[in-house]
Design a protein around this ligand. Structure first.
Ligand code: APR
Length: 234
């Protein structure tokens, strides 16, 4: 049973040079969710949708994890059973910092993977373009491949892990999410203690429900947050 749940969003990767979604200059200012990240996009706008995720994959190839990713990986390795790490991010910066794939849950999918729309098999492709892999067909069944990303309007099967982690934890740590997709204010009300770290307040989060609030860069707040977690688990 993990007593601590660390749940991150795009803000934790911002200092590594990966764009967030809703900050000024964020991804959703340059692209329309309806065009490239909604249920049905693959059928109505397939080429542009695949190109969008090819570009995201290419973008992360040389991005490096920052201090916040590294501290969280270290904490997870020190307290493997006491800490659950879940992220909304589809990048691989936690993995680049040393996290094993089974030590973290990517709630919204993982850029380096494709999934077969027919048989649901998942394939790791690194940073390659989708159509450069497997002759653009599922190597298992010949079905159509797609980015292994959860689009708006689609089911997110790994939310079951989030529900379980929320039921088990006593301390929730939220880092770098605007709360527009996951209702982190509600999550804070479910747990004994809660920490929020964002660059700035978000209209979608009521920070009065949090035990501790840090409006600062993740790399600046993470030292204090790690100390709090270690004391909590002592
Ligand atoms: N340190 C900490 N927080 C930061 C930093 C930073 N250096 N930079 C930005 N932030 C915070 C912002 O203050 C904002 O609250 O990160 C948050 C980013 O919010 P969003 O862009 O909305 O990203 P996120 O909440 O992860 O989006 C959720 O929406 O588009 C979908 O599926 C996509 O997983 C994504 C989901």
């Amino acid at each position: 049973m993990a007593k601590v749940l660390i749940l991150s969003g795009a803000g934790i990767s911002a200092e590594s040079g990966i764009s967030t979604f809703r900050d000024s200059d964020g991804l959703w200012e340059k692209h329309r969710v309806e065009d490239v990240c909604s249920a049905g996009c693959l059928d109505t706008n397939g080429d542009a949708t695949r190109a969008f995720y090819d570009a995201r994959r290419e973008d992360i190839e040389f991005k490096e994890p920052n201090y916040a990713h590294k501290v969280i990986v270290e904490l997870k390795h020190t307290y493997p059973n006491d800490i659950a790490v879940l992220t909304q991010n589809v990048d691989d910066l936690f993995e680049k910092a040393g996290m094993q794939r089974d030590e973290i849950v990517h709630l919204h999918g993982f850029l380096r993977e494709l999934r077969c729309r027919a048989c649901e098999e998942v394939f790791e492709i690194g940073y390659k373009k989708q159509n450069e892999c497997f002759n653009a067909q599922c190597p298992e069944c010949g079905g159509e491949l797609r980015p292994n990303i959860v689009f708006f309007g689609e089911a997110a099967p790994l939310y079951a892990s989030l529900t379980q982690a929320l039921n088990e934890c006593e301390l929730i740590v939220i880092i770098g999410t605007s709360g527009n997709v996951l209702d982190v204010t509600y999550f804070a009300q479910l747990t004994d203690k809660s920490i929020l770290n964002n660059l700035e307040p978000s209209d979608a989060i009521d920070d009065s429900y949090f035990t501790k609030v840090y409006y600062s860069k993740a790399t600046e707040a993470i030292g204090d947050i790690a100390e709090y977690i270690e004391e909590f688990l002592a």
